[in-house]
Write a protein that binds this ligand. Structure first.
Ligand SMILES: Cc1cc2nc3c(=O)[nH]c(=O)nc-3n(C[C@H](O)[C@H](O)[C@H](O)COP(=O)(O)OP(=O)(O)OC[C@H]3O[C@@H](n4cnc5c(N)ncnc54)[C@H](O)[C@@H]3O)c2cc1C
Ligand code: FES
Ligand code: FES
Length: 475
């Protein structure tokens, strides 16, 4: 196993060892590399000021670049990758067309958010050769400008000539770098220091061997978006960590008949892309989750690992009766997501897959998220509905009804009493009103900084009404 982390920054090779691999990239860039173009404001993934581009080797040898928040990106997750910071965008010593447009079209006031905005626009051009205004709005959703210069930023973005943009893979076409990154990208890693150790094995079998050698807790690390925020907020970083990023068998999304299986390394972005093709209603809902920077790093299974009461992925997974595959030193078992949320996993286990059945084509699915901001905000209350109807004696009757709510109990929950009540009835304003009353009986919302108990109760009723109104419009 390699005992050092190797990556490149703006074309320069770097090796980092020991406890330093746990530093966050943004701090390391600013304090140890004097690359102060990258800013730190919130240090919790919320504002985008620290955005950088990360080049990840593909099977063809080219690097695929995506934007990340460097404030919650530990150095160990950079191994085998190329970091491009705002300093690395210059072309022959000149500003890139994106930087130039921001400067000349009033896209910057105090300038603190500007490097992050430039990186986000760079990422949009990496993804879309001719981005539209909607692409810019969505792609910039992870970047806050406290001077509220959004009009200027959008104007500057729309003024950029796409033919002048050079893809980062051609701008940083360094054969030696690409060849080394392609060679080392699956190397297993073991880093040890006084208080911390980190193992990043290259197969599940090796991970289980490592787990079998210790009775100590080994914290599983995937995208580190939740763990990273915790570490920045002072949660103690000590003990043993085991990283999943280099285990190829956890990278897959597989479709077996109507069963969908998602591996532990699949990011929220990859899952969103899959859903856009296969389950568009979930793809559309995924647009409301976090930001592009977070979704590129965060995994779907990490969202379950965190088991937040308002976990948005939990919402549709609970609705679709998902199961988790738990793998440990004593073997593999499948557990319903509900049971997992109630009981958790054993110390020697990790979640290797999540599986769920693709909803029937006739099923009508709706997902709602109420939050203070449309994007990049956690839910106050979220709701998911699935409706299937059949014709009985000339009337449309409900043959399947499922409903799940987030933010109204200790965890995301299904409302079994409502589901039983709806079975075999006709969908009408009266039925929905009764269903909403039953929902209030089943939910136990409490107050927190995002909203009072009463507010949440009003939302529960209103989301039932919204669902009904949409079903009527689509009839
Ligand atoms: C700025 C910001 C905005 C966000 N917005 C939203 C939002 O709108 N909606 C929403 O639902 N979530 C949101 N999140 C939460 C985010 O989706 C989760 O943090 C993410 O999915 C966690 O994935 P990860 O791979 O980064 O997990 P990590 O941070 O690596 O791990 C999170 C937890 O899960 C455990 N874990 C990870 N993988 C496994 C595994 N395979 N087996 C067992 N345990 C495991 C870890 O030990 C840890 O306890 C947001 C987070 C941030 C930072
Ligand atoms: S500093 Fe705000 S997202 Fe990183
Ligand atoms: S220009 Fe001041 S924060 Fe954006």
């Amino acid at each position: 196993m390699r005992e050092t982390t190797i990556f490149y920054v703006n074309g320069e090779r770097v090796e980092v060892n020991g406890a330093e691999v746990f530093l966050m990239l943004a701090n390391w860039l600013r304090q140890q590399q004097s690359l102060t173009g990258t800013k730190i404001v919130c240090a919790e993934g919320d504002c985008g000021a620290c955005s950088i581009m990360l080049g990840i080797p593909t099977a063809s040898g080219a690097l695929k670049y995506e934007q990340r928040n460097s404030c919650i990106l530990p150095l160990f997750n950079l191994d085998g990758k190329h970091v491009v910071t705002v300093e690395g965008l210059k072309q022959k010593g000149e500003l890139s067309p994106i930087q130039l447009s921001i400067a000349t079209n009033g896209g910057s006031q105090c300038g603190y958010c500007t490097p992050g905005i430039v990186m986000a626009i760079t990422a949009i051009f990496e993804q879309w050769p001719k981005p539209t205004e909607e692409h810019f709005r969505a792609g910039l959703s992870g970047n806050l400008c406290r001077c509220t210069g959004y009009d200027g930023i959008l104007r500057a973005a729309l003024a950029i000539d796409p033919t002048k943009i050079r893809a980062l893979d051609t701008l940083w076409d360094l054969p030696e770098m690409k060849s080394e990154l392609a060679t080392i990208r699956h190397d297993p890693i073991a880093i040890k220091s006084d208080k911390l150790s980190l193992f990043m094995p290259d197969s599940l079998a090796k991970l289980l061997q490592i787990k079998a050698t210790t009775t100590e807790v080994m914290v599983v690390v995937a995208g580190a978006t939740d763990l990273g925020v915790g570490w920045n907020k002072g949660i103690k970083k000590s003990g043993q960590f085991i990283g999943l990023a280099r285990i190829p068998e956890l990278n897959k999304i597989e479709v077996k008949d109507d069963l969908i299986e998602v591996g532990a390394n699949v990011s929220l972005s990859q899952f969103e892309e899959f859903c856009n093709q296969h389950i568009p209603a979930i793809g559309k809902f995924m647009e409301l989750i976090a930001s592009p920077q977070i979704k590129n790093a965060a995994t779907l299974i990490g969202n379950i690992g965190s088991a937040l009461p308002i976990g948005d992925a939990l919402l549709f997974l609970v609705l679709l009766d998902a199961h988790v595959e738990l793998t440990g030193t004593k073997g593999t078992r499948l557990l319903s997501l509900n049971d997992y949320l109630l009981r958790g996993l054993n110390q020697d286990e990790l979640i290797t897959k999540i599986t769920f059945k693709r909803p029937a084509l006739m099923a009508r699915l709706r997902f709602y998220k109420v939050s203070r901001r449309r994007r990049l905000d956690r839910s106050i209350v979220s709701a998911a509905f699935l409706l299937e109807q059949e014709q009985k004696a000339g009337h449309a009757t409900i043959s399947k009804f499922r409903v799940a709510f987030g933010g109204v109990a200790k965890s995301v929950c299904r409302l079994a009493n409502v589901e039983t009540f709806m079975q075999g009835r006709s969908l009408s304003a009266v039925t929905i009103e009764e269903a909403a009353k039953l929902a209030l009986e089943a939910c136990t919302p409490s107050a927190n900084v995002r909203g009072s108990r009463q507010y949440r109760e009003i939302l529960i009723v209103n989301l039932f009404k919204k669902f009904y109104a949409e079903m009527e419009i689509d009839r």
